[in-house]
Every structure is written in C-alpha cells, then in structure tokens.
Write a protein that binds this ligand. Structure first.
Ligand code: MZP
Length: 368
C-alpha cells in the first residue's frame, strides 16, 4: 500500500461506548434466568468482573471480597515483591463464610483465588509470585513491544504460569502475541489502550484504542485463529456503566476489568478523604505523579526518562461494599441480556445487533 496520501482517504472510525445502542432482540427468558458466569484460567466466575491491579484499587481486602461474590481480584504491583507476595497470601488466608459457598471462586485447596500483576521486566518478582498467585496478569500500557514479548516469554518459560496478557488494542497485536507466546500459555487478553478514566496517554501521545474498538479488533484476531471461545477477551479501561460491559460482550469480550467502579468500594485500598462534605476515595492512574512517586511500576509506560505523567488523580464517591457494586452491575447486565435475548455471555456476541447513534437522545426537563 502507498504510505503517502491514503491514510485520510479511508480513515477507520473510532467508536466510544456512549455512541452505541443495542436493538431489542427476541426475549425468550426473564433476566433472572440468564447466565452471567464465565471461565477464566480454569476458574469459574459467577460474575464476569475483574478488579484492576492499581494501588488505589486492589489489595487483599478487595481481592477477597470480590472472590467471595464470584469475581476475580488482581493484586497491584506498585510495591516491593515481598509486599505483593504478602498481599496474595493474605487474600488466600481469608475465611469463606458459608453464605458465599455457592459463589466463592476457589483454588484447588479451597482457598480464595487471586491474581497478581507482574512486570514483564522483573523475572524475580514473577518467580516469587508464581508459587502463591493463581494467575499472572502482565501489566503494561502497550504489550505490543519487543522487550515486553521477550520478558513475558522468559516469565512463562521459568514459571509455567497461565498468564493474562495485555494491554493490546489491535488485531495485528493480538495475532502476533498469540503466535509468539502460544495459545496454551494465554489465560486471557486485556484489551483497551488510553481509555481508562484516569488515563492521559491519548491526550499526550495521540495513541489509543478505546474499548469498543480494542474488543472488536481482538475478536477479529481470535476468530481468525479459531480461538474466540478458548481465550477470553477482557475489556479494560473506560467502563462507566454496566451497559458498557454489555456492549463489550456484544462485540466479543467476555469479562470486564474495572478500576474506577471498584475504587468506589469500601474495600478498595484508595485512601478515604473528606471532600465536599462527603467521604470519598482517592483514585489515581498508575502513570500519575502520585503512583510514580513509589517508582515501582514505572515500566508500565513508554517514557524512557520516566518524566511524562500518563495518568491523573481524582476522587470517587464511596458506593458501598464491593458485593453491592457487583450485585448492581450483574443485575443491570441481566436486564440488557433479557432485552436482547441472550441466554449467556457467549450469546451476547452471537445474537446482539449493535447500532451507532448519530445523535444524543433528546433531553427532557425533569422536575420533582
Ligand atoms: P477505569 O476503570 O478507571 O476506566 O480504567 C482502569 C484501567 O486503566 C486499568 O485497568 C489500567 O488498564 C488502566 N490504567 C491504569 N493506570 C493508568 C494510567 O495512569 C491507566 N494511565 O490507563
């Protein structure tokens, strides 16, 4: 292809969640009867939700609470190796009250399941975590990077651990990653770039792949490889509403990773702050000045002299226990699945029709 003069002729359109709409489908069952469970790395999750490995989101308290109600927590890595190992162990030590027997995600020893973020340039940390964590999640802003592939290969070779790779955002990236690492080593693919609520990567660099595009690109790649039912796509970044998760499922994802929405949980590790007369939680990006002060997760980002902030700090309202947040999201997902006529998450991909809104819905004045 010509390299000059053609890029703007047929530009690929980028879509954001807020531009999408499902057409109603043939509803054959009530929302109560749809199945929202999903498999991840051999674990069966009753809720298709994963917490972001961020130092204002996932520590042992949130990871345990989330695993109890059927989701999956991923311990962050902006800490020393010893601290990360300790957080994983603490999650595993949590008791499982009887009430959660039906939903708790457990390892082979009956303890709660938990993942750990790993740096692809820190083989020592990965080795230390391999014995304690159930799944690895590579934690890098853009996985499609020569050094990152080399590091991931070393980690997989040394630890033999099933790994969720990412983040990726293009079909080419996913095709390359699967070929390079081998499908048997990949427990899932985190997709989305520059779209997190605290992310400024796209603002400063002009590079990004927002959720809907990233999911569709990954789905195209896995479909071409015949792996769409084997390797789950995890939409990561920019999820503000349950419907954003539903749209992602419609486009081919089957799990969602949440930072902002889980930072709002009582159990998140963000500090509580009194703001505007309300108790709120501080939430910041792993590329923000706040997170970078610790200097332990700097290699998530490209900047060679590590001087560019790629994230911001914000405050989010506390919305209750993580269990309540999960219950609400799952209930809302069930509503969507009811309307579009999907019996389970896989069917979301097959039966839904997604259209693009050309205008915002009219706004009516609401009183009372
Ligand atoms: P959100 O749920 O807040 O919209 O997005 C959370 C996701 O943003 C994380 O899982 C991670 O992939 C990404 N992230 C974390 N820190 C930054 C940053 O500082 C970031 N830029 O983009």
């Amino acid at each position: 292809m010509e390299t000059i003069g053609h890029k703007l002729d047929h530009p690929q359109r980028i879509y954001y969640f807020d531009e999408l709409l499902f057409l109603p489908g043939f509803a054959k069952r009530s929302p109560r009867d749809v199945d929202v469970s999903m498999k991840l790395g051999g674990f069966s999750l009753k809720a298709p939700l994963i917490s972001s490995p961020m130092d204002t989101v996932t520590g042992p308290e949130l990871a345990a609470a989330l695993a109890l109600c059927g989701g999956f927590g991923v311990i962050h890595r902006n800490c020393t190796t010893e601290e990360a190992v300790k957080m994983v162990e603490e999650t595993k030590k949590a008791k499982i009250p009887e009430k959660y027997n039906a939903t708790a995600v457990k390892d082979s020893k009956g303890r709660l399941a938990v993942g750990a973020a790993v740096s692809t340039s820190d083989l020592e940390r990965a080795t230390a975590l391999a014995d304690v964590a159930d799944l690895f999640f590579t934690d890098v802003a853009s996985f499609h990077n020569l050094k990152v592939y080399e590091g991931t290969k070393q980690i997989i070779k040394k630890t033999g651990k099933k790994t969720v790779i990412g983040n990726l955002g293009t079909k080419a990236g996913v095709l390359y990653a699967v070929k390079e690492l081998g499908k048997e080593n990949i427990a899932g693919i985190r997709v989305g770039m520059g779209s997190g609520s605290i992310c400024t990567t796209t603002d400063i660099s002009g590079v990004g792949s927002p959720g809907p595009v990233a999911v569709e690109q990954a789905a195209l790649a896995l479909n071409e490889l015949g792996l769409l039912d084997e390797i789950p796509i995890i939409v990561d970044g920019g999820i503000r509403h349950s419907r954003d998760i539903a749209f992602s499922f419609g486009l081919g994802a089957s799990l969602a990773m949440l930072g902002n929405l889980f930072a709002r949980a009582e159990e998140s590790i963000g500090e509580k702050v009194m703001k505007d007369g309300k108790l709120q939680k501080a939430y910041w990006g792993m590329g923000s000045a706040e997170a970078r002060k610790k200097r332990l997760a700097l290699d998530r980002y490209q900047s060679s002299n590590k001087s560019v902030d790629e994230g911001i700090k914000m405050y989010v309202p506390i919305e209750g226990k993580v269990e309540e947040i999960v219950e609400r999201i799952v209930a809302e997902l069930r509503v969507t699945m009811g309307y579009v006529g999907a019996a389970n998450i896989r069917e979301m991909r097959d039966v839904t029709e997604i259209v693009v809104r050309t205008a915002k819905p009219p706004e009516f004045e609401r009183t009372g």
